[in-house]
Design a protein around this ligand. Structure first.
Ligand SMILES: Nc1nc2c(ncn2[C@@H]2O[C@H](COP(=O)(O)OP(=O)(O)O)[C@@H](O)[C@H]2O)c(=O)[nH]1
Ligand SMILES: [Mg+2]
Length: 462
């Protein structure tokens, strides 16, 4: 396989300056529509070209929106404003949407995030933004949020079956487990809603009608921050490089929430070896050749994904298998480990994309890596000393170590930064002893990239 670099090079500063000057002189004006779009004669999408074909298309879109009984707010850009933009600034966009799940009480955290996300990225693209809630959003939420977004905004009430127990779950058992985990102080252990949320993200959201027309989604949570500009379109990176899953950070899962997730994963791999991808990312998930889960997972509060994969038989078969095990409710399996395991065993690792230098922050972790040049070009305001990505508790170094033969880690990362198997005291001791040499990894025959034959071996390991 050809060598590929996973770091993103921002566009030249000349072009950034050019964009900025253009933006200053031609900021788009917009109108905030009220919900009664049927009466509106001025409806136009964010990127509007006044041709007969477009008019027909968008009239049809209004009708579809009304049919689906959604409350839809649209920002209206006047065509002449857009024409002043450099073409690259607004077009072409990728077939993608931003997505936030939020409660009404998340309003101010959401506004803070939107303001920041628009300033750092989306004012260049005006990507659509979908907001979903298990309850109706208040008028106040919709008005303030719409006012902050630069693209078309949609508010969705999640259909009840997508935020409820499936038939096969024993709700008494689930309640007992919540009570027990709550008593033990497991984070979110007592929360029913948290489990519905995890299931919704794991296997459901992309099936909602509103998502069907989009290929890519970028998940953004209330209260997260971006401390660097994104002077490029990550969706474009995904498409041009045929990537399926984009991530920033990879911390360790709380092991008490996934007590049997690994057993179920191995059972899946044993039962359906033909479904396991060659050259996959399995080795990322384990430090002992598959015996145990090392708790490494991509932190899904930042996630850029190709939803065609989520909607595929490959992923849905895997999700349904795990769903039936009941661990989402009887334990507290999160969407982050479920997505991470899914993309790691069902896809070649070359489909996974690390996004560096975003300055992304979700409490308590910060991604603040990058070269000096990137810090300048992207106007980062985070402290690199607080970077979690390449620190001891992070699994990102492991991702690059195990795929080192074909995947170059970013040049700016010092050579002495190594993955430490945090979750396992014995392995950690071994790694500390041989730190910098990588001998502990040889002990376990790394890099380990199981192909279909290897997947069968997993049964022998266990
Ligand atoms: N609508 C709705 N959103 C929720 C609920 N619980 C969590 N969320 C959203 O789900 C995402 C993850 O929840 P969060 O509390 O941040 O969990 P954490 O990131 O794992 O600590 C955030 O976007 C929340 O706004 C809920 O009960 N209803
Ligand atoms: Mg969160």
């Amino acid at each position: 396989m050809a060598s590929e670099s996973s770091s993103i090079s921002p566009p030249s500063s000349e072009s950034v300056v050019y964009y900025k000057e253009k933006l200053k002189s031609s900021l788009p004006r917009y109108l905030l529509q009220d919900t009664n779009i049927k009466k509106s004669k001025t409806y136009k999408p964010a990127i509007y070209k006044s041709t007969r074909r477009n008019r027909q298309k968008y009239t049809q879109r209004i009708e579809e929106d009304l049919e689906s009984q959604l409350i839809v707010y649209h920002k209206i850009y006047e065509a002449q404003d857009l024409q002043q933009f450099p073409v690259e600034l607004v077009q072409p966009r990728e077939n993608a949407t931003i997505f936030s799940l939020a409660r009404n009480e998340d309003l101010y955290g959401m506004l803070k995030t939107i303001r920041n996300f628009e300033d750092r990225f989306n004012h260049n693209y005006h990507y659509d933004w979908i907001f979903a809630n298990n309850e109706p959003f208040t008028e106040n939420f919709k008005a303030l949020v719409s006012n902050m977004c630069s693209g078309t905004v949609k508010f969705i009430v999640i259909p009840k079956p997508m935020w409820d127990y499936p038939d096969f779950i024993d709700q008494t058992k689930a309640a007992e487990s919540r009570e027990r985990m709550g008593r033990k102080g497991v984070k979110y252990g007592e929360l029913e809603s948290y489990r519905h949320m995890c299931r919704f993200f794991s296997g459901l959201f992309f099936q909602m009608d509103e998502f069907k027309k989009y290929k890519y989604v970028w998940r953004v949570e209330p209260d997260v921050q971006f401390h660097c500009n994104m002077n490029y379109d990550p969706f474009k990176i995904m498409r041009e490089n045929d990537k399926v899953y984009g991530f920033t950070m990879a911390p360790l899962e709380i092991h008490t929430t996934v007590m049997t997730l690994w057993d179920s994963t191995l059972e899946y791999m044993r039962t359906f070896p033909e479904r396991i991808a060659a050259n996959n990312n399995f080795a990322f998930l384990t430090d002992d050749r598959g015996k145990s889960f090392n708790m490494c997972h991509f932190w899904s509060n930042f996630e850029i994904a190709d939803m065609d994969f989520y909607r595929s038989d490959e992923y849905m078969h895997f999700f349904n298998f795990l769903d039936k095990k009941g661990g989402i409710y009887y334990e507290r399996w999160g969407d982050a480990p479920i997505h991470s395991i899914g993309v790691s065993i069902l896809l070649p690792y070359s489909k996974l994309q690390y996004f560096g230098n975003t300055g992304y922050y979700h409490a308590p972790n910060l991604q603040c890596d990058g070269s000096d040049r990137m810090f300048l070009d992207n106007q980062c305001i985070c402290d690199p000393k607080r970077d979690f990505t390449w620190s001891d508790g992070s699994c990102i170094p492991k991702f690059f170590e195990i795929h080192g033969s074909t995947l170059q880690r970013p040049e700016y990362v010092p050579e002495n930064v190594k993955y430490l198997p945090i979750h396992n005291k014995n392995l950690r001791r071994l790694a500390m002893k041989f730190r910098g040499v990588g001998a502990w990894q040889e002990e376990f025959d790394f890099p380990y990239e199981p192909d279909k034959e290897d997947a069968k071996d997993v049964s022998e390991i266990n």
